[in-house]
Each structure stands twice: as structure tokens, then as C-alpha cells.
Design a protein around this ligand. Structure first.
Ligand code: GLP
Length: 266
């Protein structure tokens, strides 16, 4: 696992956006096939989206040959609902870059047959050639996408029941009222995330420190689904100092030293 510890959320955003831009450019050097990018919602990636938009406006990246797959979507929110992940993505990213609408994939939480929608989502990912890079955030309880504690680490896209903790944490997007947060969501599975060629998880702030500790120093465990990243050949965590707060001093120094060496190689 690679762990990049930056000093601030802004640096996490710059670093992660740069990584995405570099990966898109690097694939374009050897193939005209689209770059397939997995994307999260949440407050953590907001700065990364802002930075990607800035880089796009500066002419440093085009999304014209990028296909995206979002991680998750609430079940049953009316189309255009303020808190739906589709609304979030349009507002915070897609409306500001040159991505083709037909290249955007977000699970349909209003599909008549949700089971079919989940299976079809996996089929669409496979048809696109698999995900080149999955960016994700992490919940305070260590969940990735909506893979709540005790989700199968081999899971694929399916409907999950959200825990009361997650509904409480996400109530800030629903007028602070946890009762308004849907009880279920469609989410890619842990296995879906791990099938991506690269996975980059972002974590900022003290609230995420426990999850980051479990992801890096804890055991591979379905209670902290983010820990499954330990089995990925190219798993990266980009976090800030606050989110690294609970790491042991030795762990912190180790990853700082590795990245300082990496910087020398660039
Ligand atoms: C939700 C999303 C996750 C996200 C998590 C953390 O539960 N389904 O994909 O990682 O929230 O969100 P935030 O970045 O706002 O802390």
C-alpha cells in the first residue's frame, strides 16, 4: 500500500487531482480507448473536483475521452433531489468539464428492478474494459462507497441497508434530519472497487483518523471495509496530517520517508 500524507486538505486535493490527470495522460499515450474513472461523492473529494475543474480550464486535462462510474446512489430519492448523488456530481463536477453525458454512469436508485440495475452496472463496467482508477472517500466507520461494516469483502454492486451511524453522518445533506436519509442505497461492492487497476482513497480531517488507522495498521477485516485495500496491488491512500493523527509515529515516519524518496525519483 502506498500512503501519501499531505499537510492540508488542499494539498490532498492537489495531489489526488494531479494523480488523476497523470493517469489519464499516461493511458492516452498508448491507446485511444477511453480512460475509465470511478468516482465518489461526499465532502472529501469536493476540493479534488474543484482542482480538476481548474486544471481542465487551464487546458491541462480533457475529459472528452473519459468514462465515469460513480460508486453509489441512494434508493428512492426523486430525480433532481438536492441530496442525490447525480445532482451532486452534475453540480460539483460534470457541469464544469467536457465529459460527454453518455459517458457518465451513476446507479439508478429509482430503477423498477433494482437487482437488475445492479447486475447491469457491473456489466457496463466490464463492457467499458474495467475501471482504470477508482477514487474513493472513506466513512468514519471505515466504509468505502456504501459498504458498511461487515459487508462482504468480495461483494459486487448491490443494494445495501445503511447503518444508523451513516444516516446520522449524512443527515447534514438532508436538513440535519437523519429520518430524511434513505435507508438503502445502491453501491458498488468492495470487490468491484478492488477490481479496478488502481484505487486511490482520500481521507481528511480528524474525524477520519480512526478509519485511516484501521485501513493501514489494522488487519484485513470486514468491519473496516477500507482495510480491503491492503490486498490491492496498487492501493493508495492520500490523507492529511489530521487524518494521519492516530497512526503510530513509526508508521507515519515510514510513509513520509518513502514519499520523500519517491519525490527524489520524479
Ligand atoms: C458516504 C459515501 C461515501 C463517502 C462517505 C464519506 O457514505 N457513500 O462514498 O466516502 O460518505 O463522506 P465525506 O467525504 O463527506 O466524509
Amino acid at each position: 500500500m502506498r500512503v501519501i500524507i499531505e499537510s492540508s486538505p488542499e494539498d490532498v486535493a492537489r495531489r489526488s487531482a494531479r494523480y488523476i490527470v497523470d493517469q489519464i495522460a499516461s493511458k492516452a499515450r498508448y491507446t485511444s480507448s477511453p480512460f475509465v474513472l470511478g468516482l465518489p461523492t461526499g465532502s472529501t473529494p469536493l476540493d479534488t473536483y474543484r482542482e480538476l475543474i481548474r486544471l481542465h480550464r487551464a487546458g491541462e486535462v480533457s475529459f472528452a475521452n473519459v468514462v465515469t462510474f460513480n460508486m453509489d446512489e441512494y434508493v428512492g430519492l426523486p430525480a433532481g433531489h438536492e441530496a442525490s448523488y447525480r445532482t451532486f456530481m452534475q453540480r460539483n463536477f460534470f457541469d464544469h468539464v467536457d465529459i460527454r453525458p453518455e459517458n457518465i454512469n451513476i446507479p439508478d436508485g429509482n430503477a423498477a428492478d433494482l437487482e437488475h440495475e445492479c447486475a447491469d452496472y457491473e456489466r457496463r463496467i466490464a463492457e467499458a474494459g474495467g475501471i482504470d482508477l477508482f477514487m474513493g472517500g472513506v466513512g468514519e466507520d471505515g466504509h468505502i462507497a456504501f459498504n458498511e461494516p461487515f459487508s462482504s469483502l468480495g461483494s459486487r454492486t448491490r443494494v445495501k441497508t445503511l447503518t444508523p451511524d451513516t444516516r446520522q453522518a449524512n443527515s447534514r445533506f438532508f436538513d440535519g434530519d437523519a429520518d430524511k436519509v434513505p435507508h438503502t442505497a445502491i453501491t458498488v461492492g468492495v470487490g468491484t472497487v478492488l477490481s479496478a487497476k488502481r484505487v486511490m482513497i482520500l481521507a481528511t480531517g480528524l474525524r477520519k483518523a480512526r478509519a485511516v488507522r484501521h485501513a493501514i495498521e489494522g488487519g484485513y477485516n470486514h468491519q473496516w471495509t477500507v482495510s480491503a485495500l491492503q490486498t490491492h496491488p496498487c492501493g493508495i491512500i492520500v490523507c492529511d496530517d489530521d487524518a494521519a493523527q492516530e497512526l503510530r509515529v513509526g508508521t507515519y515516519r515510514y510513509f513520509k520517508a518513502v514519499e520523500a524518496d519517491n519525490a527524489g525519483l520524479r
